[in-house]
Design a protein around this ligand. Sequence first.
Ligand SMILES: Cc1ncc(COP(=O)(O)O)c(C=O)c1O
Length: 442
Amino acid sequence: MPSLDAFWMPFTPNRQFKAAPRLVVSAEGLAYRTADGREVLDGTSGLWCVGAGHRHPRIAEAMKRQIDTLDFASNFQVGHPGAFALAERIAALAPPGLDRVFLVNSGSEACDTAMKIALAYWRSRGEGQRNLFVGRERGFHGVGFGGISVGGMTNNRRAFGGAMLRADHLRSTWDPRTQAFARGQPAEGAAMADELEARIVALHDASNIAAVIVEPVAGSTGVLVPPVGYLQRLRAICDRHGLLLVFDEVITGFGRLGAMFAAQAFGVVPDMILFAKTVSNGAAPLGGVIVSRKVHDTVMHGPPHLAELMHGYTCSGHPLACAAALATIDVLEQEDLPGRVRELAPHFEAAVHSLADAPGVVSVRNIGLAAGIELAPLPGEPGRRGAEVQAAVFDRGLLTRAPGDTLVLAPPFISTRSDIDRMVAMLRAAIEDPPPSSRGAP
Ligand SMILES: Cc1ncc(COP(=O)(O)O)c(C=O)c1O
């Protein structure tokens, strides 16, 4: 067992973790195995990545073949077939009009890349003054400086304020008065989108705005589902004022809502789609931006010997990641995993909403295979109750994630009804038998 000292863990209370480590050493299908031999169900699909389940044999085989053929080639000046094949495949899955794909290694890079593409697009059109981005409160777009600028999670922004890009933010779509126990899309609230026109365009003027960037469903702040008609209204306002609309589908892309993209599930086509996570089933780091032909073609100019966009990463389109993603897309299609999500979603919805009467639960919301179960915070200690229940449920055999006091459940697409029931039963048990500090809380 190595010492735990040197590794500075991301987004983790390091001192607390190292005092009581939770180490997993292997995984298969729905479950991890811990260092002490216990099975832990993966209720987060490995941070929203592993829709097809851990160590899917087709994905593992494809990666083994790739490493024995071409371990690495960059895509600067040379290219390799995997990246071209993957881009073509993703373009074919995307909504019509979006058929150019820039590959990166993560969701954060995808967001910063899309922001650069937006700036390059406007500059190519002679409108370089359009450099203000519009995000949304409680949005998460990764941790690059672009992503935190449009993002709306206070804790991720607090320490880095001076380095932000120019951004304004729509209000979050969350309205506890009407949505606390909403099933699927809340019926009311489409008009929240009007703020884009009535306040933000009115204040800054459309001629200064580069793009509007939103998650179709805000995932990292606890699954906030857009009201019926909200995304359509955003699209209409962007069209009226000539603004680019970017969907961050890092969580929703590749099946989570029962369609390949949320754009298709909601019937709204943006100008760019960000993806990562499920695209490679988490087996290798990969992300990207799907770009409309119009935006792409506008940037394709300048002297032929110079790169049109001075941007890219050494590992953009890494052969191993491309092999993993091509195999993942095969699996998503051949096993019809989006169809399985659609089939399982009503059972999942009923199961998570059965927690509505558990002690301290103040909200349950869901869509596709994603749900947020929110607990009332402990007085004066926001986030503590969520963290404690998350730790308690891990001890019972379920990995969840707790942004603040909301427990997020996002099971793999291959889950069965009884897997879902087991997960929800463990959650209930942990909520009903809380750790000492949460006892007696409302
Ligand atoms: C919507 C969204 N965008 C971007 C990111 C960042 O992705 P990554 O952690 O791969 O940089 C995440 C990560 O959870 C996300 O949920």
